[in-house]
Design a protein around this ligand. Structure first.
Ligand SMILES: Nc1ncnc2c1ncn2[C@@H]1O[C@H](COP(=O)(O)OP(=O)(O)O)[C@@H](O)[C@H]1O
Ligand SMILES: [Mg+2]
Length: 314
């Protein structure tokens, strides 16, 4: 992975985050997550870029980088989760804003989990599930054994992993969604969630903090909920038909590992109810951020500094 620093600085200075397609150097969007946008710059092949919400000062950037690094180290060393290589680039742009980019190797689109799922068949589903259940079960045991002292959260959705084929219907997994590192030490999240709240209208921040944020973060520390979330997202990928098979694979595996008495087996009504609630949460969150963008750019005529997802198909 080679990051051209001069080019990245020029990109940042010409970027219109509210309307990225109108920027001096146009980014190619690789994917929208719930929080950030991942893109490439054609003149910098092989690199995927993630632009973090703006920070107030260099100390905040330093902290954020340290948490990401610690998070990835823990994932790899304690849970055997392979994480894509990454690097940080921070800069001050022409508006005097402190901006942090996380650069990663650009992974082939066809290797990303939800792409494989979309056209996947049942033996492939077996392979995919094995490749994520191995690391997720290790994560579950890690969190269980560490109790309150240290908990690692992870968003296990297939759209956060790249898969390499390692045999017929066998895959090895590589995790890349590292820009929202979730680490709890004695019950307290290390991440400064305030940076994500800045993209909501200020008069509604209290609502988001109270209603959504803790609920959303909680679930990523609970591996059972991570699994529910993973399967509920099959709806989004148009593969509702694979939810029951995935659930059976997962329950059988949990049973084999002797985890079932501690963890209830997954069941379908729960997954369906979860999905409805999840769509609600993210739709509201995105709506609030779009409202904020509208007010800032159209009414107040201010600069708007977040790259929001476009329309998400649900
Ligand atoms: N390193 C990468 N190479 C290629 N595509 C990527 C890479 N990282 C992310 N993407 C694409 O962008 C999407 C969102 O990225 P992700 O890191 O999951 O961000 P978020 O935290 O917003 O979910 C992914 O589902 C994937 O399609
Ligand atoms: Mg993601």
């Amino acid at each position: 992975m080679h990051v051209d620093e001069t080019l990245l600085q020029a990109f940042e200075n010409g970027l219109d985050p509210a309307y990225p397609e109108q920027s001096g150097i146009r980014p190619v969007i690789l994917g929208y997550g719930e929080i950030s946008t991942t893109f490439a710059i054609p003149a910098m092949p092989g690199v995927a870029l993630k632009r973090m919400p703006p920070f107030e000062n260099l100390d905040q950037i330093k902290d954020h980088k340290a948490i990401i690094s610690q998070y990835c180290r823990l994932l790899t060393e304690t849970c055997g989760i392979r994480v894509v290589d990454f690097d940080f680039w921070d800069m001050e742009n022409r508006h005097g804003e402190k901006i942090l980019y996380v650069a990663q190797s650009r992974l082939p689109e066809i290797s990303i989990g939800h792409q494989i799922l979309k056209s996947g068949n049942s033996p492939e589903l077996d392979g995919l599930m094995d490749a994520v259940l191995d690391p997720l079960i290790r994560l579950f045991k890690f969190n269980r054994d560490n109790g309150d002292s240290l908990s690692i959260g992870l968003d296990g959705q297939l759209s956060n992993w790249s898969f390499e084929r390692s045999g017929e219907n066998r895959f090895s997994s590589l995790y890349f969604d590292i820009t929202t590192p979730m680490l709890r030490i004695h019950g307290r999240e290390k991440l400064d969630t305030g940076i994500f709240l800045k993209s909501c209208p200020s008069f509604l921040v209290w609502l988001v903090r109270w209603r959504f944020l803790s609920e959303v973060l909680d679930r990523y520390h609970d591996v059972r909920m991570v699994l529910v979330d993973l399967m509920a997202n099959f709806y989004k990928e148009g593969r509702e038909d694979l939810i029951d098979p995935a659930m059976r694979i997962t329950n059988a595996r949990l049973e084999r590992e002797g985890l079932i008495p501690g963890m209830n087996p997954l069941d379908r009504p729960e997954i369906d109810a979860y999905y409805k609630n999840d769509v609600f949460i993210w739709t509201i969150f995105l709506f609030l951020r779009r409202l904020d963008r509208f007010m800032k750019t159209r009414i107040l005529r201010q600069r708007y500094n977040f790259m929001l997802p476009g329309k998400i198909q649900r």
